[in-house]
Design a protein around this ligand. Structure first.
Ligand code: CA
Length: 238
């Protein structure tokens, strides 16, 4: 399995509040985009990523666990960790998360909360696998806003779900059968705010055989387009 993870602070922010991790041997990857004053965002995203990686790793090593329950439970446990860390330090902290898992049987799972995304490139076509938990997505779903308008909507960074806000969190999980040649992208909104999906599609299709070059190019283009937020990408070629 080939996995490349790249994260860049961007051109405006001082801190990088995104966190990423992966374990190619186990077939797991996690990306989180933290929020909160001072360094709270960094703490929240790192805490969530580490906790989810640990729980997925343990669960897969133990075998027999239902992958959907495993990935959901791991995200919920991370939520409790971020909640208690915030309470302990009396700071507001939160984080998005997107977690990816491929079982030995070839079943792929994505769990997510917030507006970090997962995409799949299959036979040259890019498909978004996650639906943002954001005000803008809600407005699109309600027919109030078009997809094109959403790209520039002033409230597009307002999310409606995150880890660390409440002891209970609803986790969206979806699964499908992995096909040979499928390529996956996990990313933070610092990428998708600035680079359109057709552009991501074209770039990934061109550079599918060189993930390191693809990751570098995605981040470079987001920086060229302003780099107003941290930019993180995880590319997975199972
Ligand atoms: Ca962000």
């Amino acid at each position: 399995m080939d996995i490349v993870a790249e994260s860049d602070v961007g051109r405006v922010r001082r801190n990088n509040e995104d966190a990423l991790a992966y374990d190619a041997g186990r077939g797991i990857a996690v990306l989180a985009d933290g929020m909160g004053g001072l360094d709270a965002g960094e703490v929240a995203s790192r805490l969530a990523v580490d906790r989810i990686m640990d729980l997925l790793g343990e669960g897969l090593a133990a075998r027999g666990a239902d992958p959907e329950s495993l990935i959901t439970g791991a995200v919920q446990a991370a939520n409790l960790d971020v909640c208690s860390q915030g309470r302990e330090n009396q700071v507001d902290m939160g984080t998005t998360v997107v977690a990816w898992l491929l079982t030995a049987e070839g079943q792929c799972f994505i769990a997510h909360v917030g507006d970090s995304r997962a995409y799949r490139l299959r036979q040259g076509a890019l498909k978004r696998l996650t639906s943002d938990h954001s005000m803008v997505q809600q407005m699109i779903d309600d027919g109030i806003l078009g997809e094109a308008e959403a790209l520039t909507a002033p409230n597009r960074n307002v999310i409606t779900r995150a880890l660390g806000l409440d002891l209970k969190v609803e986790v969206d999980v979806r699964s499908w059968v992995h096909r040979p040649g499928d390529l996956y992208l996990l990313c933070s909104d610092g990428l998708t705010d600035l680079i359109s999906e057709p552009e991501i599609n074209q770039l990934l299709a061109e550079l599918a055989s060189d993930l390191a070059a693809a990751a570098k190019e995605l981040i470079g283009r987001a920086n060229q387009a302003g780099g107003h937020d941290n930019i993180s990408v995880l590319l997975i070629s199972p």
